[in-house]
Write a protein that binds this ligand. Structure first.
Ligand code: AP5
Length: 214
């Protein structure tokens, strides 16, 4: 599998990408997780990314393309990959096409998770995230087995700084302006598969798997 999972903030990309990638035996490459890790480690990349992420804006394309190029050149990506959160702009998608062309590993599919904005705001206001393994929970829809502890790795769960209501609205606006045009881009390339992202997590997973097989 060489695929992209895209969708608005809070659509369930991280939740689904973890399950799909594990099931297919390929790495989940989540640019948001890479940036948050760099921020926690205080690296130059993390410091650059922080100001953009805190405002809900996109990190510049040239920075993101560099990150993804380095990651896709690693050995484990030769077996396939699931990109989660990249590309997010048309220039990023064009750069990805060029890179995958050079590496001889073109995309099989682009899955677009569709969720109405009212549901997104509810999801993000109740999200708790594991800073260690990246697993997301929701206080009502998908609570952790032990309060405030990750069921996968036991780390203490946190609320992401960009899940504040004002920042969520900025992220949605950025999605509409910069990322939604990718739908047309991938439609024109014959790769787009639209999947309803509402309903129980397992049902959404089943729909995504069916879309990948189609
Ligand atoms: P990133 O971390 O990628 O954030 P995002 O795209 O806004 O997506 P989220 O992680 O918020 O949501 P998700 O779709 O993964 O949903 P989740 O599964 O957690 O990026 C963060 C920032 O980094 C960006 O704003 C930008 O600044 C920067 N960045 C990253 N990539 C970049 C790029 N390529 N270019 C430039 N900048 C970049 O689920 C959300 C909640 O819903 C959870 O609580 C979950 O439990 C719940 N949930 C999931 N599924 C369901 C369901 N079916 N029903 C009910 N609840 C559900």
């Amino acid at each position: 599998m060489r695929a992209v999972l895209m969708g608005p903030p809070g659509a369930g990309k991280g939740t689904q990408a973890q399950v799909l990638a594990q099931g297919a035996g390929v790495p989940q490459i989540a640019t948001g997780d890479i940036l948050r890790r760099a921020r926690e480690e205080g690296t130059p990349l993390g410091r650059t990314a922080q100001s953009y992420m805190d405002k809900g804006e996109l990190v510049p394309d040239e920075v993101m393309v560099g990150i993804i190029e380095e990651r896709l050149r690693q050995d484990d990506a030769r077996q396939g990959f699931l990109l989660d959160g990249f590309p997010r702009t048309v220039p990023q998608a064009e750069a990805l096409d060029r890179l995958l062309g050079t590496l001889g590993m073109p995309l099989d599919a682009v899955l677009l998770l569709e969720v109405p904005e009212e549901a997104i705001v509810r999801r993000l206001s109740g999200r708790r995230t594991c800073p260690n393994c990246g697993r997301s929970y929701h206080v009502e829809n998908d609570p952790p087995p032990a309060e405030d502890r990750c069921g996968t790795c036991g780390a203490e769960l946190v609320t992401r700084t960009d899940d504040k209501p004002d920042t969520v609205l900025s992220r949605l606006e950025v999605y509409r302006r910069s990322t939604a045009p990718l739908k047309t881009y991938y439609e024109q390339h014959g790769l787009l598969r639209q999947v309803a992202g509402v309903g129980p997590v397992e049902e959404v997973t089943a729909r995504l798997r069916a879309a990948l097989r189609a």
